[in-house]
Design a protein around this ligand. Sequence first.
Ligand code: UDP
Length: 418
Amino acid sequence: MFEEIFLASSRIAAYRKAVGDESIKEIKKIAKPLRGLRVVHVNSTAKAGGGGVAEILRSLLPLMRDVGLNAKWTIITPPKEFFGVTQKIHDSLQGSHSGLSDDDKKLYIETGKKIAESFKKEKADVWIFHDPQPLAIPFFADRLKSAISRIHIDLSSPNKDTWNFLLPFFEPYKKIIFSMDEFVNPKIPREKVKIFAPAIDPLISKNKALPRSVAKRVIASHNIHPDKPLIAQISRFDRWKDPIGVIKAFYIAKNEIPDLQLVLLGLMLASDNPRSATVLKQVQRYVRGDPANIHLLYDPEEIKTENETLVNAFQAGSDVVIQKSIKEGFGLTVTEAMWKGKPVIGGRAGGIKLQIKDGRNGFLVSSPEECGQRIVELIKNPALSRRMGRRARESVKKKFLIPRLLRDYLNLFKEVLE
Ligand code: UDP
């Protein structure tokens, strides 16, 4: 009921330019006594486009190996219905009122037991289980030592019933990692809590420096004028990402910048994402008034540019990047755009607040009106945009690049093994 994922190789030394010599030296020093340590990460998907967790593991694990750890990445492969239940868990932990039925709970427990059984022969010194899908495994496999839970979502105000159901499964964990303080649930013992902000990989094609001319060419190939002002939100079509709010903000800004263009990019297969498809339909209805200046890019079968280049081109080639989320985990799209030196206007939510210092390296907004005004301010003032973009890149360099996350994990491994 699990599968090992092949890992490409990469070198920590290649990050020297991005994070500086000192950081690399420090990482190597911390890693030295951990040489040969057997570490297994367990999550539920390794698919490209499978979300931020897979993205981070794909970059992080080869680096763990490069500094001497014996690191593995494993995904669980339960029957499909299990993921129906974990989707409900995910939703109800993050605010949805509907919880789990008795049958759902039974399936979660039975499957957790079976997966735990299948892990019996696996050996490791440290285990890291990501998010609620594999959470129950250590509960049913008590010989797993040094288990760490890495929770990427906000557990601060979960659905009560779902939370009471899940809480016992946290018991066997030595440490529980959250992305930020405000995501921690008070029922988790404080001494177990660790805070690791997520991070992006500056060397993957999505985040590599893209010449402006290439970005413009990609943009133009999607019938968007490369030299007129452009704003973009690059995000799943999801109501918490507030695409309708972005369009409202666009209309407000357009009153003052008549040739303004908007792109909403969220590649997905409708068949895989029935919920996103519903949100997309609402958005399509909403923009009927201005199809010439609002571009919705979503169908990977119609779009010829591959995902990584497309995301990179729109993040690097837009004048302003928007992430007007109402609820957010960390918001990797914000990190990615800031790394590209863009001024980002973000919703005052979750990890966006951690990344954007309002008025310094971007803007935080709470309404379409505010967002619309900030768009105008930035587009009319290129010097302000450049200044904010420079500071944005600098703050990502300091805090949110993958070598820092590697360092956090190495320090934690030392701590749990002591
Ligand atoms: N993304 C992508 N293609 C798209 C839209 C988004 O590759 O069409 C990526 C984006 O670059 C980011 C991730 O999906 O790396 C989204 O992560 P984020 O934390 O912003 O939001 P989530 O979708 O996990 O809520």
